[in-house]
Design a protein around this ligand. Structure first.
Ligand SMILES: [Ca+2]
Ligand SMILES: [Ca+2]
Length: 214
């Protein structure tokens, strides 16, 4: 088994509660142990898929063979409310947003956010109860997106650059906002922030100065 990335953790659905409270002083059931998800493969195999471990041999296994014609190469694991979100490539060859609760049946694609090509998702962060990230829109280029973990709740927040990609990067959560760098096509790369709504996705101002060589 190759352990390539040990990044995020979640509680198991078998606890019946994704954020379980353990009563009494006895040891918590093993099902309630923290679970780590990682990109793994069987010994001698190069089929890299979603694996999980609770730290024991018997609790370490393949969750789901997401890409039946190759590796899904899961990455960018991030936990939100007891569900782990990540990027993976299914047999279509497109890398999309997936989620897992640690079971095979509970591992599914959130949505094919860009029906006409690769999702291009990068830089996922958690803001309150939602994910904020950069993704490709089918027609509007690479912009800032939000997801509540459902297909209908996964949308572009704002088309910051109306004629091209604003290419949001360096997403950083501070308080109830995400700060990031984006290019609106008029002002160059500037600092922006969002609370997840279009109306409150705003450019901070000309705060990214070039240092004069003079
Ligand atoms: Ca596979
Ligand atoms: Ca655009």
């Amino acid at each position: 088994m190759a352990l390539l990335a040990l990044l995020a953790a979640s509680s198991s659905q078998s606890c019946g509660n994704l954020n379980p409270t353990v009563h009494g002083t006895s040891d918590a059931p093993q099902e309630c142990a923290r679970i780590a998800f990682f990109e793994g493969s069987m010994d001698g195999s190069s089929d890299y898929e979603l694996w999980r471990t609770d730290g024991t041999d018997e609790g370490t296994y393949l969750v789901k063979n997401i890409n039946t014609s190759g590796s899904s190469s899961p990455s960018h694991f991030i936990e939100l409310n007891g569900i782990v979100y990540f990027l993976a490539e299914d047999s279509t060859g497109e890398r999309e947003l997936w989620k897992t609760n640690g079971t095979e049946s509970g591992t599914e694609m959130v949505t094919r956010s860009n029906p006409s090509g690769n999702s291009g998702i990068e830089s996922m962060v958690v803001l309150n109860d939602q994910l904020i990230f950069r993704a490709n829109h089918a027609t509007e280029g690479s912009e800032i997106w939000i997801s509540d973990g459902t297909a209908s709740g996964t949308n572009m927040i704002k088309n910051i650059n109306p004629s091209s990609s604003s290419a949001p990067s360096s997403l950083t959560v501070m308080g109830n906002r995400v700060f990031f760098k984006a290019n609106d096509g008029t002002n160059g790369a500037e600092l922006w922030s969002t609370d997840g709504t279009e109306s409150s996705t705003v450019r901070i101002g000309d705060v990214v100065y070039e240092i004069s060589s003079g």
